[in-house]
Write a protein that binds this ligand. Structure first.
Ligand code: HEC
Length: 324
C-alpha cells in the first residue's frame, strides 16, 4: 500500500513537471504573442522583413526573384533537353485486366500462348515457364501434357552413361530457340532477343509498351537511314531495332476462330506475357478484394474500440497551478 502511494506521488510529480514544460512551450508560441497586449521581450534581436531598411528589402527581393528565375530556367532547360531524346512513349491502353478488381482474360492468354509458340518462340526463349504452369490457366492438364510431348528433351545419363532424348513432360520448361546467347546473336545480326518471361515487368510501360512496339513499325522519317538489319520503330529507345516486324494481319489462324488481325495478335500475346510475368495477378486482386471487405468490418470496430479506450485519456485536462 505504501509503495503504491509513493509511486502515485512520484507520478504526480512527473505530471506537474510535464505540465509546467507544456505551459512554457505554449507561452512562446506565435498565437500567445499575437494575442497578448504586451509583446514578450526577446533576448535575441527581433528580425522580420518589415523592420528592414529599404535598401535591404530591395536586395533580398532581388535575390529571391533571381533564385526563383534561375530555378525555373534550369527546369525548362532540363525538360527541353529531355524532349530532344525524341522518344515516343506508349499510350495507356484499356486492358480488360487493367481495373483494380479485374482478372486476366484467360481466353486471351490461351491465344497469346499460341502466338508465342507459333511466332515469337522462333527467336525468344521463356525459360522460367514450364508446361505445368499452363495447367488450369489456359489449358487443361491433358492439353498441356500433349503440348509438352511435342518437344524433345535431352535427359540422362542412362545406365550406360549415354544422354538420351525423350518426349517432354509437364515439369519441363519451354524449349529455347538457341543453345547460347552467342548463337542467338549470330542468327540475329548481333542483336540478342531477350527472354520474354518477365519482359512486361522489365520494360517501362509494361504491356502498353510491348503492344506499341509490336504494332508501331513504320517507315523512317525523311533523312533517317538505318543500318542493314535494323528496322524503324518509334517506340524503341533509339528507334532502330534489330527485330524485324514479327506480326501482321492473318499471321496465324487461331484455334478458337478469333479473327487474327494484327492488333488482336499483339493484344493476345501481351496478355499472355503479362500473365507470364505475374502469374499471381488474379490471386493478388482476389486477396485485395477480401482484404477490403475484411477491413470494412474490422476498421469501424477498431475505431470504436479506440475511441472507447482513449476517451478517458483524451478528455483529461492537466492544469498547472503555480505555487503561491
Ligand atoms: C526473327 C526473330 C524474332 C522474332 C520472331 C521475334 N523477335 Fe522480338 N526480338 C528479336 C530481336 C533480335 C530483338 C532484339 C532487338 C534489339 O535489341 O535491337 C527482339 C526484341 C524484342 C523485345 C524487346 C524490345 C526492347 O525494348 O528491348 C520484345 C518485347 C520482343 N522482341 C517481343 C517479341 C514478340 C512478342 C514476338 C512475337 C510476336 C517477337 N518478339 C518475335 C527477334 C525476334
Amino acid at each position: 500500500m505504501r509503495m503504491r502511494t509513493a509511486r502515485a506521488i512520484q507520478l504526480v510529480g512527473v505530471g506537474a513537471e510535464m505540465a509546467a514544460l507544456r505551459l512554457c512551450v505554449w507561452r512562446s508560441t506565435g498565437r500567445a504573442l499575437l494575442h497578448s497586449k504586451h509583446p514578450a521581450q526577446f533576448s535575441r534581436a527581433n528580425i522580420s522583413f518589415a523592420s528592414l531598411s529599404k535598401g535591404r528589402k530591395a536586395a533580398i527581393s532581388t535575390l529571391g526573384v533571381l533564385t526563383a528565375g534561375g530555378a525555373g530556367l534550369a527546369l525548362i532547360l532540363h525538360q527541353s533537353v529531355k524532349a530532344s531524346e525524341l522518344e515516343l512513349h506508349a499510350p495507356s491502353y484499356p486492358w480488360s485486366h487493367g481495373g483494380m478488381l479485374s482478372a486476366l482474360d484467360h481466353a486471351s492468354i490461351r491465344r497469346g500462348y499460341q502466338v508465342y509458340k507459333q511466332v515469337c518462340s522462333a527467336c525468344h526463349s521463356m525459360e522460367y515457364l514450364a508446361f505445368r504452369n499452363l495447367v488450369g490457366v489456359s489449358h487443361t492438364e491433358d492439353e498441356a501434357k500433349a503440348l509438352a510431348e511435342e518437344i524433345e528433351v535431352v535427359d540422362g545419363p542412362d545406365e550406360t552413361g549415354e544422354m538420351f532424348t525423350r518426349p517432354g513432360k509437364l515439369s519441363d520448361y519451354f524449349p529455347k530457340p538457341y543453345a547460347s546467347p552467342e548463337a542467338a546473336r549470330a542468327a540475329n545480326n548481333g542483336a540478342l532477343p531477350p527472354d520474354l518471361s518477365y519482359i512486361v515487368n522489365a520494360r517501362h510501360g509494361g504491356e502498353d509498351y510491348v503492344f506499341s512496339l509490336l504494332t508501331g513499325y513504320c517507315d523512317p522519317p525523311a533523312g533517317v537511314s538505318l543500318r542493314e538489319g535494323l528496322y524503324y520503330n518509334p517506340y524503341f529507345p533509339g528507334q532502330a531495332i534489330g527485330m524485324a516486324p514479327p506480326i501482321y494481319n492473318e499471321i496465324l489462324e487461331y484455334d478458337d476462330g478469333t479473327p487474327a488481325t494484327m492488333s488482336q495478335v499483339a493484344k493476345d500475346v501481351c496478355t499472355f506475357l503479362r500473365w507470364a510475368a505475374e502469374p499471381e495477378h488474379d490471386q493478388r486482386k482476389k486477396m485485395g478484394l477480401k482484404l477490403l471487405m475484411g477491413s470494412a468490418i474490422i476498421l469501424p470496430l477498431v475505431y470504436y474500440l479506440k475511441r472507447h479506450r482513449w476517451s478517458v485519456l483524451k478528455s483529461r485536462k492537466i492544469a498547472y497551478r503555480p505555487p503561491k
